[in-house]
Every structure is written in structure tokens, then in C-alpha cells.
Design a protein around this ligand. Structure first.
Ligand code: BT5
Length: 237
């Protein structure tokens, strides 16, 4: 995988989108620091000034047209869990793709595309070396790998492990889609069978029992009237 490094950039996702046309499939754009890292719905991704200590990266993907799956972020979330497991850390996936350790967010993933793009950009932020104070300044419970392992984490080594793990199964994923990773994905979610509340958009929330993640990676919820609802995108609260 080709890698492009920057010392400081507004957002690796923004850069990858702006330069999408001339960027090769499976290129990694990585920045030591981001001045405007963002998540979904205009939310911020807290990126510290400490240069090169955390992972801020975007992956440019240009899969063949016939691979029209919606599950690339889910593929990446399984890859990231496996990398964390190499460090001896058990991580869980909060559908569709947040990564948590003991309920604390360690990693966020953001897929973006524009109408001109024949593919998409997957942004990945992983807290590798935050101070305790920095994690506490985030408005939702968060954690960083160094705080779990009590040692400094080498960002480039983490990125290398990510690329190796990504490549291992990517071609099979391209031919088989979510079904190929479903078992590995299900192993790492811990809310099935529980009552959850899901925001479908800013003003619309539903509650139900999480029954399954179906063969397309969608969440199956059993509503209070026992009807099943399949949710393609949303956010578990
Ligand atoms: C995400 O959004 O979790 C996706 C974040 C993707 C960030 C990467 S960094 C490289 C690339 N370039 C970018 O500009 N973005 C991508 P969302 O699900 O909307 O979650 C955002 C929420 O996570 C915030 O509102 C906070 O509550 C929380 N948050 C922000 N920064 C955090 C951090 N460093 N660690 C843990 N949680 C954080």
C-alpha cells in the first residue's frame, strides 16, 4: 500500500477527497497532526498537537464497480480490532464501526465520498498516545492505547500492522462482501440481545432489542410491538 505522510494538515479525509482523482487505490494518507479532524455530522475528532503520536489516516479505496457493498467501514473495523488484539487488547465494535475498549472509544472511522468519486475515502483516527487529561477532555468516554498498556505506542508500527492486516483478507472481502467477515464481526460486538436505542437521524430515535447483524451488515432490531426493523445506518446511543 502506498503511503503519503504530512506533518500537519486540516484533515486527512479532506485531503484525500480533494486529491482523489490522482490518488492510487489503497493509498494511505497519514498526518502527524490535523487542525480540523472531523467525524460524522460535523462532529470533531479531537486531534492533539502532539506530533505523530496518534493515528490520523485516510485510506483511498477504488474497488471494482461490481463490489457495491456498504461494508468497507465494517471491514476496516474488524482489521483494527485484530491489530488491537495483536497488542493484547480486546476491543469491541459498536455498530456500525466505532471501536471501544471497556466501553471507552479508542478509534473512530469515517467513510466519505463525493458524487465525482469512483470509490471512497475511509478516515481512521486511533488514540495511541493521549494523556489521561486529554481523554477526559473529550465529551464522551474515551481511552488511548498507551493508557491501557502503560507504555508509549509507536505510531508507524501500528500503521504497518494495520496495512498488513488490511491486505490479508481484502481481496476475499472484495469478492464475497460482508458475509466473508460476518463471523469475525459478530465475535466483536457485545450488544446483541440487549435493549438499545438507535438514532436514525438528528430527530428520530428508536428503541428495541438488538437481534442480529444480518448478512448485509445491517442491524436487526425487534421493536416493542415485536415487529422487526432492519437499520442500514444509524448510531447506537
Ligand atoms: C467518528 O465520528 O468517530 C469518526 C472519526 C474519524 C476521524 C478520522 S481522523 C483521520 C480522518 N480525518 C478526519 O478528518 N477524520 C478521520 P463520530 O462517530 O461522528 O464520532 C465523533 C465523536 O467522537 C465526537 O463527537 C466525540 O464525542 C468523540 N470523539 C472525538 N474525538 C475523539 C477521540 N480522539 N477519541 C475518542 N472519541 C472522540
Amino acid at each position: 500500500m502506498k503511503k503519503v505522510f504530512f506533518e500537519e494538515i486540516t484533515s486527512t479525509n479532506d485531503y484525500a477527497k480533494e486529491h482523489f482523482a490522482e490518488t492510487e487505490d489503497k493509498t494511505i494518507i497519514c498526518a502527524d497532526n490535523q487542525t480540523n479532524g472531523h467525524g460524522r455530522l460535523g462532529r470533531k475528532w479531537i486531534s492533539t498537537n502532539a506530533k505523530g503520536l496518534n493515528l490520523y489516516t485516510s485510506l483511498v479505496l477504488k474497488p471494482p464497480k461490481e463490489c457495491a457493498y456498504n461494508n468497507f467501514t465494517q471491514y476496516v473495523s474488524v482489521v483494527l480490532c485484530k491489530v488491537l488484539e495483536e497488542y493484547g487488547v480486546n476491543a469491541n465494535i459498536k455498530w456500525p464501526n466505532d471501536i471501544l475498549v471497556n466501553g471507552l472509544k479508542i478509534c473512530g472511522i469515517l467513510a466519505e465520498r463525493t458524487s465525482q468519486m469512483n470509490g471512497f475515502v475511509i478516515g481512521i483516527g486511533v488514540n495511541l498516545n493521549l494523556t489521561k487529561e486529554e481523554t477526559e477532555s473529550i465529551d464522551k468516554p474515551a481511552i488511548s492505547l498507551n493508557l491501557i498498556l502503560n507504555k508509549k505506542i509507536d505510531r508507524d508500527e501500528f500503521l504497518e500492522k494495520f496495512c498488513t492486516e488490511f491486505e490479508k483478507n481484502y481481496d476475499k472481502f472484495l469478492t464475497q462482501g460482508f458475509e466473508y467477515i460476518r463471523e469475525n464481526y459478530l465475535k466483536r460486538i457485545n450488544f446483541l440481545g440487549r435493549e438499545i436505542s438507535v438514532s436514525l437521524n438528528k430527530d428520530n430515535k428508536i428503541k428495541g432489542i438488538a437481534k442480529d447483524i444480518n448478512k448485509d451488515g445491517e442491524l436487526v432490531l425487534v421493536l416493542p410491538d415485536q415487529k422487526e426493523q432492519v437499520i442500514i445506518s444509524g448510531e447506537i446511543n
